[in-house]
Design a protein around this ligand. Structure first.
Ligand code: GLA
Length: 346
């Protein structure tokens, strides 16, 4: 059962709460109403030692003063929208630009910086946010509901729901930075990763997806079998140079709820399995982590100290006719799910 306690006030005086739940296997999760942020996720390792496997901060002020999306919910549309604009049914919409002339992760004040209303229903924490028509340029009033639950099967399940009164674009994700050896244990280059994707969506120099796909075969992007993340990260592949490491979306094979990725901590022997019904997953190796405020217990996070596996629609899909559409029609129900399941290995 989730518990709720007061955490702090935002700079503009809004109260923020901390929610906590644990299961009988020793997994414990803490989530803030600010950004629906996963602050900590404690998981027992192979030896039974508890490791906090997500990066985070001790204070609300730190969360307010950073732009790394640590642990946060991201919306209305995860990833980049080229030129900060799109058209729906011939009508053009201009979004806020927060990365050069492009729109990243929902804009200047995305869902990661909003205070979410809360409701606890047993093992479920239900967070809601009402995004007004025109917010960051998006059409339609969007009622958003995100449910976090922690199960006895060691699954942190995130269910995303939304409905809009006008046609709009929605692609919600969570931006946890995982380090399965522990948030303060340094680089994730030794973590083993496997991704169920035959193709990535390459990007241009501004990191904008052009609506094309690139097979991963014979490239450092091939994670169809387990590889250490750092094994090929310094390869001269043009896409790796553009991203400063991995910062690319995989087109996940198959449809519906399926295994998207497996990540293993080389020291902890903690394994995380990611299941989702989304089309894509961004692999981001914390290439710009450096410069974030000091983390939990004073940890100083450096580049590559964590990896994000962000399930989402394919990037810039609204402007890419060959990608499945991320448009949510007026009155339609958006319902998507991602599950992070934890195990240990020999
Ligand atoms: C993402 C992007 C990265 C970066 C981080 C936030 O996942 O793909 O390029 O912007 O968010 O720092």
């Amino acid at each position: 059962m989730f518990t709720k306690r007061y955490f702090d006030k935002t700079a503009d005086g809004q109260s923020v709460f901390l929610f906590e739940n644990s299961n009988s296997n020793g997994i414990k999760v803490q989530i803030l109403s600010y950004g629906g942020t996963v602050v900590s996720l404690q998981v027992p390792d192979r030896q039974g030692k508890i490791r906090d496997v997500v990066l985070g901060y001790d204070t609300l002020k730190s969360y307010e003063n950073q732009d790394k999306y640590l642990g946060a919910l991201v919306g209305r549309c995860a990833n980049r929208i080229g030129g900060s604009c799109f058209s729906i049914s011939g009508k053009r919409y201009l979004l806020s630009s927060n990365e050069n002339k492009n729109h990243l992760h929902g804009g200047m004040t995305g869902f990661d910086k909003k205070i979410w209303a809360d409701q606890i229903e047993g093992e479920n924490l239900i967070l809601s946010y009402l995004s007004p028509h025109g917010e960051e340029g998006y059409p339609g009033t969007l009622t958003t509901k995100v449910t976090y639950s922690l199960s006895e099967q060691n699954e942190l399940c995130i269910t995303y729901e939304a409905v809009s009164d006008l046609d709009t674009v929605v692609s919600l994700t969570n931006h946890c930075y995982f380090n399965l050896n522990g948030h303060d244990s340094g680089k994730i280059e030794g973590h083993f990763l496997k991704i169920n994707g035959d193709q990535i969506t390459p990007v241009n120099r501004e990191m904008i997806s052009l609506g094309t796909s690139l097979p991963v075969a014979d490239s450092p992007f091939d994670f169809r079998e387990f590889h250490p993340i750092g094994e090929r990260i310094h390869d001269t592949h043009e896409q790796l140079r553009i991203g400063g490491g991995y910062d690319h979306n995989y087109i996940l094979n198959g449809q519906g709820m399926r295994l998207a990725a497996e990540l293993m901590g080389d020291e902890s022997k903690i394994k995380m399995l990611v299941y989702t019904d989304m089309d894509g997953m961004q692999l981001y190796t914390g290439n710009f982590l450096k410069g974030a405020p000091a983390g939990k217990n004073g940890a100083v996070y450096q580049n590559r100290d964590a990896v994000c596996l962000e399930t989402q629609f394919l990037p810039n899909a609204v402007n890419c006719p060959d990608f499945p559409s991320p448009i949510l029609r007026a009155g339609e129900n958006y319902h998507r799910q991602t599950i992070y399941r934890f195990e240990t290995i020999e």
